[in-house]
Design a protein around this ligand. Structure first.
Ligand code: ACO
Length: 431
């Protein structure tokens, strides 16, 4: 098929252009396929479909490579922090000192929520899932900031700067407020003299009369967690953001949809599921081997393992595995779940079932252990993922919205339902 982009259907050959990316990945450009041949491309789950050209993030899943704007994730994790990497992902280049400080200031000074949002929190049942609240309230930001929420396809860069700072900042306040409402704790105001992550932890974890104090490097560990989640090319939630943005929907509405997509256990919800799995293994007294057998026989899924793109170790999981050990060391905590995770990982990596299917730990495998050690409640793990992923979603929203050639996303289908038939009146239908 790669033969000069020729596809043979029946007795006819059809020519299609070949597109090549900057890292050498090739695609056959099928945009004219239906017009030329009457066929459509069927690719349920989109495993072979390139939905866009993008200059943001490069992944080579076979080799376990992840780069943002050309910079390897290992170098960013070692030398950068969440806000600087967010700038890089959103604007394409590392900032200079002046741009970085302005970017940080813009975000840090936007932490306070509109006072009219308070009754919204009160309206949710106490058992409401925080991802539902996050998605709803991020969408509601378009009502509090209508000037940045016009639904049109043209990006005004000034508006994007302002809307993205509002979103990055307030998403922390919404998460913290959700948690505190659940526990009946008073709100803690955002403090723009603190770093992004310290301010968030203080809003989230301060107790009445006892302000949060970071004695064990929690802010650094969470900052690294955010950085490692900042973007991951065309995953389910990012594709959702692009899909919604393709209709011209505003930034807040598009990202609210991405948050909903992230919620599912096959995607961001896996970080919660990993801890629940490790806890149930621990409670049952299993050393992990019974669970591995259950996963092999299809009775369970080894959560935090496997990835649509990585057929090698997820580079983020490597960094987070090390970070988990260092966080627990600093806190002086012995978490039996870390031992179980290590045993599971060893067992799976030596087992033919996992080897032959190229199933390796993904970003969620160790992240929950870190979040738990910092004191983040399990129900909020996916919210932490969402906060980290905001820059990537925004960069993708900006990229699609800035592209004058981008069209509304509208896939086709293969219809498998009934053929045409005549309507049957109620009294004539079989009872
Ligand atoms: N445990 C056991 N078996 C697995 C696992 C797993 N975690 N993941 C995949 N497999 C098996 C499948 O059963 C299938 O086996 P088969 O060939 O015998 O039928 C084979 O490996 C291929 O798996 P697919 O489901 O085709 O892989 P797909 O690319 O569709 O799914 C996914 C990827 C959703 C991540 C899957 O591996 C999974 O469910 N993992 C657990 C959940 C998880 O950790 N999700 C987080 C992903 S990372 C992220 O979103 C941040």
């Amino acid at each position: 098929m790669e033969n000069n982009g020729i596809i043979r259907l029946g007795d006819e050959n059809f020519d299609f252009p070949i597109i090549e990316g900057s890292e050498g990945e090739k695609a056959i450009d099928l945009r004219t396929l239906r017009g030329k041949t009457g066929f459509i491309a069927f690719d349920e789950g989109y495993g072979n479909t390139g939905s866009c050209e993008s200059g943001i993030t490069f992944i080579n899943g076979e080799q376990g490579i992840l780069r943002h704007r050309g910079y390897p994730i290992e170098q960013l994790a070692e030398n950068s922090n969440f806000l600087e990497s967010a700038y890089l992902i959103m604007y394409g280049e590392l900032p200079n000192e002046v741009s970085l400080r302005a970017f940080e200031r813009n975000i840090l000074s936007n932490g306070t929520l509109d006072s009219n949002m308070q009754p919204l929190f009160e309206g949710f049942p106490l058992c409401a899932h925080p991802m539902a609240i996050l998605s709803a309230l991020v969408s509601s930001l378009s009502t509090y900031h209508p000037e940045y929420a016009t639904n049109n396809r043209k990006v005004d860069l000034g508006h994007f700067d302002a809307a993205s700072a509002i979103l990055m900042s307030k998403v922390r306040s919404i998460a913290a407020m959700t948690y505190r409402m659940k526990l009946g704790l008073p709100m803690v105001k955002s403090d723009d003299t603190k770093s992004y992550t310290e301010d968030f932890l203080s809003m989230l974890l301060s107790k009445p009369e006892i302000p949060f104090e970071d004695t064990c490097g929690a802010a650094n560990a969470l900052d690294l967690f955010f950085l490692l989640h900042a973007d991951h090319e065309q995953n389910c939630s990012t594709s959702t953001v692009r899909m919604v943005a393709s209709s011209g929907a505003n930034l807040f509405a598009s990202i609210s949809a991405g948050i909903s997509a992230l919620w599912g256990p096959s995607h961001g919800g896996a970080n919660m599921a990993v801890i629940e799995m490790l806890e149930s293994i621990h409670a049952s007294g299993d050393d992990g081997s019974r669970f591995v057998e259950a996963a092999k026989s299809g009775q369970a899924k080894l959560m935090g393992f496997g990835h649509r793109v990585y057929k090698n170790y997820d580079p983020r999981a490597k960094i987070l595995g090390k970070s988990a050990v260092s966080v627990l060391d600093k806190i002086g905590l012995q978490d039996p779940l870390l031992d179980i995770a290590r045993r599971l990982e060893r067992a799976a990596l030596e087992d033919d079932y996992f080897i032959s299917r190229k199933l390796y730990p993904n970003v969620d495998f160790y992240s929950g252990i870190i979040l738990k050690a910092i004191g983040i409640p399990v129900e909020f793990f996916t919210v932490m993922f969402a906060i980290g992923r905001i820059p990537g979603w925004m960069a993708n929203w900006k990229e699609i919205s800035e592209n004058p050639k981008s069209r509304i996303h509208r896939p086709r289908q293969i219809y498998t339902g009934s053929n045409e038939r005549n309507f049957v009146k109620l009294e004539k239908r079989a009872q």
